[in-house]
Design a protein around this ligand. Structure first.
Ligand code: F6P
Length: 534
């Protein structure tokens, strides 16, 4: 199958995407899909009917449907850790039972959701208050999946945020927490310690710093702490009242966890009702993913386009370009979701992958990126498949004309990437100013090769429900890509080594031990940093 796809790619690699539209009037329709509230347009790629057929065959060969059903039903598909993968259960608001180890997990999910809603309601109303009065600020301390989801969601849904201000502290760099705490009043701040394991060194260090900061002003700092964790014993050791501890099971991976307790800060900000709308959006995408035929299945098609560009065409990176400023943290969120999930070198069977692993994901919102790195996307020597996101409508009715300008920019970029500009056209541009050799030289700089692939995901408006659809869409895309590649998308052993070495280096950095035995580079850096104040 891979060989056939590669041969197909070789056969079509030289053709112009633009010409495909000329050859097939229905191309835009054929190679796009409307599902739920979204339109996914992948017609500005070099995928044709034969290529799509071969890509869809990959889904069957990899038994994606069987594995998808196994995931939803609670089977332990995270085989290296012996765990089920059930973040979908967190948004299963009115679905069927899901059995793990002989027990239906849904009542427990709903019970925690109700407790979260009651607490969020109390914080918002003032029924739960700080020692100086109603909570004005919420500080979520967490890292990776315990930070990126709620931080991304808080920014995305800011028009719906009518509760206390939320802040997110993730980095162990003291500059992160210092900046946030400076803006807060300890007597009216709620600190949420978000850590699935409750052992992550960055989070626990920041949590202790926050507790000390609060203890300088209020008599019972722990009373203004809540915890989100699956290690409930450890939260008690930290002194947090179990009434404010919201637990979840090991079948929720960190980077898939914003739907449950890890989303508490977002729920406090936008209110339980809007948070439920977010869950409903995710649940709608789950239903679509489970029911739709492959050629009408949005997560599957998104994954196949990804496989085509990365594993078949050999484009190593993928740019996520939201023309929606409030999705400014989506690229960072997707970096963890996609790269921690599918950045592996061995398959489920422990054998080396025979294809490349998942792509390098990066991006920034448009139009800002246009004035920064788009130069390389348009004229660099490497091809970067671009993924645009655009809302039909913004939230600022009075600034509708600005939104229209944003839309025009988004559409212009995908058009420019595809069409490019020929040497003749470039000559015409500069003919009035230059002549002879100088005209040729100047024109060459203004050529755009074009034929650069992009996709566009268009949606009506960035509401809580819409965000739920978008996040679940990307989660399922990662699942499909991982399954095709034979990867376990739900472990993350690659983060371990650095953690171990950091622990070993700490006493050396502190000057309690010497860097003897370390490589010359590391020893030299330690010496320089210690000499200069570390
Ligand atoms: O970096 C590894 C990781 O385990 C991520 O997968 C996770 O999201 C993050 O650390 C935070 O973990 P925890 O929620 O246990 O503090």
């Amino acid at each position: 199958m891979w060989d056939e796809l590669k041969a197909h790619h070789e056969a079509v690699a030289g053709r112009r995407i633009e010409r495909l539209f000329g050859a097939d009037e229905a191309r835009a329709e054929t190679f796009s899909l409307t599902a739920l509230d979204m339109l996914f347009d992948y017609s500005k790629t070099n995928i044709d009917a034969a290529g799509l057929g071969l890509l869809i065959d990959l889904l069957d060969k990899a038994k994606v449907a069987e594995r998808r059903d196994a995931m939803f039903s609670g089977a332990k598909i995270n085989e290296t850790e012996g765990r089920a993968v059930l973040h979908t259960a967190l948004r299963n608001l009115d679905g069927d039972a899901v059995i793990v180890d002989g027990q239906d997990v849904i009542p427990g999910v709903h019970e925690v959701l109700s407790r979260m809603e009651a607490f969020a309601g109390d914080v918002r109303s003032g029924a739960y208050a700080g020692q100086g009065g109603k909570i004005t600020d919420v500080v979520n301390i967490g890292i990776g999946g315990s930070d990126l989801g709620p931080a991304m969601g808080y920014r995305a849904l800011s028009p719906y945020a009518d509760g206390p201000r939320c802040h997110f502290v993730s980095n162990v760099d003291p500059g992160d927490i210092a900046e946030v705490l400076r803006a807060c009043d300890p007597a009216t701040t709620l600190v949420i310690v978000a850590s699935k394991t409750f052992t992550t060194i960055e989070t626990m260090t920041n949590a202790r710093t926050a507790r000390a900061w609060m203890g300088e002003t209020v008599s019972e700092p722990a009373a203004q702490f809540a915890a989100l964790s699956s290690a409930v014993d450890k939260t008690s050791d930290f002194g947090i009242d179990p009434a404010r501890v919201f637990g979840f099971e090991d079948w929720v991976g960190g980077r898939y966890s914003m739907w449950g307790p890890i989303g508490l800060s977002l729920m406090i900000a936008i209110g339980p009702e809007a948070f439920r709308a977010f869950l409903r959006g995710g649940q709608a995408m789950d239903r679509h993913f489970r029911a739709a035929e492959w050629h009408e299945n949005m997560p599957a098609l998104l994954a196949l386009v990804g496989i085509w560009h990365n594993q078949i065409c050999g484009h190593a990176t993928r740019a996520v370009l939201p023309y929606d400023n409030r999705l400014g943290r989506l690229p960072a969120y997707l970096q963890q979701l996609e790269m921690e999930s599918n950045g592996k070198s061995v398959g489920m069977d422990g054998k080396p992958l025979t294809t490349d692993s998942g792509p390098i994901v990066w991006g920034e919102p448009g139009t800002n990126g246009q004035h920064a790195f788009y130069q390389l996307i348009h004229q660099g020597t490497r091809v970067v498949p671009a993924e645009f996101l655009i809302a039909a409508e913004g939230h600022e009715e009075e600034l509708h004309h600005q939104h229209q300008l944003l839309v025009a920019n988004c559409l212009a970029q995908s058009e420019a990437l595809m069409k490019g500009r020929t040497l003749d056209e470039a000559r015409e541009k500069v003919a009035a100013k230059f002549e002879g050799d100088e005209l040729e030289r100047q024109a060459a700089h203004r050529v755009f090769p074009g034929n650069r692939p992009s996709t566009t995901l268009a949606y009506p408006k960035l509401t809580p429900e819409m965000l739920g659809q978008i996040v679940a869409l990307y989660e399922h895309r990662v699942f499909v890509e991982g399954t095709i590649l034979g990867i376990n998308s739900y472990d993350q052993w690659g983060v371990e080594l650095g953690k171990e070495l950091a622990t070993a280096l700490q006493p050396i950095v502190e000057g309690k031990e010497e860097p003897a035995g370390k490589d010359g580079s590391t020893a030299g850096l330690v010496t320089f940093l210690r000499k200069n104040g570390t």
